[in-house]
Design a protein around this ligand. Structure first.
Ligand code: GCU
Length: 595
């Protein structure tokens, strides 16, 4: 090898290394309101390969090679089965009913590349791990089954045919959130929308337009642009409120402003939405945004300055009659309408951020929302990566939904056990919540309370970090009544509003008989349990809301009573087919009695 070649070699290696890093570490980016952009849907049938033993990465399935010579051994092919996207795989193929391994998805699409434009691939949610490749190049990966992510593909997208390949893995692991053993079905797959988004070179990346904390007449707005020319003139227009505000972004692409406004405030009885238009010279983004104030004062929750009682219900993102993940707007409407029919003004979207269109619909239908990340029971708080993962999920949830006025509180956990590590992690997370969004309340659902005779004492010190305390209390189901329900007492160590964030019991629709303990699994037993809990609620002076567990029977691998459960959690007020159990009428009457 001559001298000049020797000199060139290190340079060549260096350039290859840079090239490898650039194509494999395309930064995960973000944009708010992706569907308000220039969007091409990639939903539909995707070709798939079920990779049970996780051999596909080693086989470089993401290159989607074809055997050219007889000796070239390509032992995979996308050319046969397909799965619908969005959608879980469990409900689409009976062989995958309980499958929790890897599946490779492939979508071929054509694109036209335009000068001066940027392109992104956006995923609404993939459960649980996603590794994304475009035209054989790794874009990056994402962990977490319920929040959106995207990658910029401007330099990887081709004119004409492109191949988008995703490896999805749905194994449960101790160091995941949720961890190994949770009471809902582990639906794997690309479970929400996938789209290709085109933006100008410098685009409106993010904005937050809501009422300032504690105000009903001052909007606090910030806008962030991303791209080469950071200093941009941005206009915010809210035509129906007679607002037109100009602002100029700084060297970081950021601008903040206050706008005094005379607005119709959003509430369940008047879910008023405004069209908000944000524009620069190159781009206009629109969406419907509502305005309301939410605060706590002593034991009260104040909506637009007035005390409110939250008549709620819990539900999973599942269409139980079809045993599948809810994915469409029609699915969201079914779930929300069932809550409205029950007389609710509030929903707890358990136990994870549900789809963006469900939350936009809750804005439209006037349902206040408690939204949470899936930090559910047995979490490894001592594992240092947990805080980072949990905070990342919190950040992804809040940056996606911060312009949804229906959301009145963020919840940081469900049923975690009091301990030093847990208090440290969750106190940090409450602070992160407030730094990301100072306008909303912070809560959490506990199930560790002290019981002394007929008294329940709320003394979980984590409450000090919260605005509202949630208590999951299954009197009459997991906990026997120590005395007559109407004699139950509650004491709280904190001058804060309390929500009974879960209560209830199981009944199999159509099971009838006595309401006493001999009638376990009867509708009459569940009906009496609701009457008893309502009698107890009347004694809780600081109670400001209830969310019974649960709207519909839902699927869970932990429910193994083959006669009455058979893989279903039967605490629904509605059966898996949507039939009203007798307890449904008890709760409806109670909610109708509360003005
Ligand atoms: C817990 C938990 C729920 C679960 C419910 C039950 O409180 O938060 O996810 O389904 O109880 O036991 O049915």
């Amino acid at each position: 090898m001559n001298r000049s070649t020797k000199l060139r070699l290190p340079w060549l290696l260096f350039l290859c290394l840079i090239g490898f890093i650039a194509t494999n570490l395309s930064a995960q980016s973000f944009m708010t309101n992706p569907n308000g952009r220039n969007v091409t849907s990639l939903n539909g049938n995707w070709q798939v390969i079920v990779d049970w033993y996780n051999r596909g990465t080693g086989m470089a399935i993401y290159q989607d090679r074809k055997a050219i010579k007889p000796t070239e051994f390509v032992e995979y092919s996308f050319d046969k089965p397909t799965l619908k996207v969005p959608g879980d795989w469990n409900s689409q193929d009976p062989r995958m009913f309980m499958y929790e391994g890897s599946v490779w998805y492939k979508k071929e699409f054509t694109a036209t590349k335009k000068k001066g434009k940027r392109s992104f691939v956006y995923f609404g949610a993939v459960n649980y791990i996603a590794e994304v490749y475009l035209n054989g190049k790794k874009l990056g990966s994402h962990e977490g089954g319920f929040t959106p992510f995207q990658f910029e593909v401007t330099d990887v997208l081709k004119e004409g045919t492109n191949k988008l390949i995703v490896r999805v893995n749905a194994q449960r692991k101790e160091e995941y959130i949720p961890a190994m053993n949770y009471d809902w079905w582990n639906y794997g797959g690309i479970t929400r929308d996938v789209s290709l988004i085109e933006t100008p070179k410098t685009f409106i990346e993010d904005y937050f337009i809501q009422l300032k904390k504690g105000s009903t007449s001052e909007i606090e707005a910030w806008v962030k642009v991303d791209g080469l020319i950071k200093t941009q003139k941005v206009t915010i227009v809210i035509p129906a409120a007679g607002i037109k505000q100009q602002l100029t972004t700084d060297v970081d692409g950021y601008a903040k402003t206050s706008i005094s406004a005379n607005l119709q405030l959003w509430s369940p009885s008047n879910p008023k939405l405004y069209e908000v238009i944000i524009s620069t010279d190159e781009e206009t983004v629109k969406e419907k945004i509502a305005f309301r104030s939410i605060e706590v004062k002593g034991f009260d929750i104040l909506l637009n300055g007035k005390p409110v009682f939250l008549k709620g219900v819990n539900f999973h993102e599942e269409i139980s009659k079809d045993k599948r993940r809810a994915t469409s707007e029609a699915d969201s409407r079914q779930l929300l309408q069932a809550a409205k029919d029950l007389g609710c003004n509030f929903i707890r979207t358990t136990h994870y951020p549900q789809s963006e269109h469900l939350l936009k619909m809750a804005d439209e239908m006037g349902l206040m929302v408690w939204e949470e990340i899936p930090l559910w029971q047995g979490i490894q708080f001592g594992n240092s990566i947990i805080l980072a993962k949990a905070e990342n999920m919190l950040r992804e949830m809040i940056r996606r939904d911060k312009n949804r006025a229906c959301i009145i509180m963020w919840s940081i956990s469900n049923e975690t056990t009091p301990a030093a590590d847990r208090d440290r992690v969750l106190t940090n997370m409450a602070a992160t919540c407030r730094s990301l969004d100072p306008t909303r309340l912070v809560t959490s659902a506990f199930n560790h309370v002290k019981t002394e005779g007929n008294k329940t004492i709320l003394d979980d010190t984590l409450s000090n970090a919260l605005d509202v305390v949630g208590i999951n209390r299954y009197m009459g189901w997991y906990k026997a009544w120590p005395d007559k329900p109407g004699t139950m007492l509650f004491e709280s160590k904190f001058t804060k509003p309390v929500i009974i964030s879960e209560f209830g019991g199981e009944a199999k629709f159509g099971n009838h008989g006595t309401a006493d303990s001999a009638g376990l699994w009867n509708e009459e037993y569940q009906e009496q349990l609701y009457k008893d809990n309502i009698a107890m609620f009347k004694n809780v002076s600081f109670l400001r809301g209830i969310t019974p567990w649960v709207l519909y029977d839902f699927r869970s691998p932990t429910r193994m009573n083959a006669v009455n459960q058979d893989g279903w959690n039967r605490k629904g007020l509605l059966s898996d087919k949507g039939e009203k159990k007798k307890a449904w009428y008890v709760l409806k009457a109670y909610y109708d009695s509360i003005k």
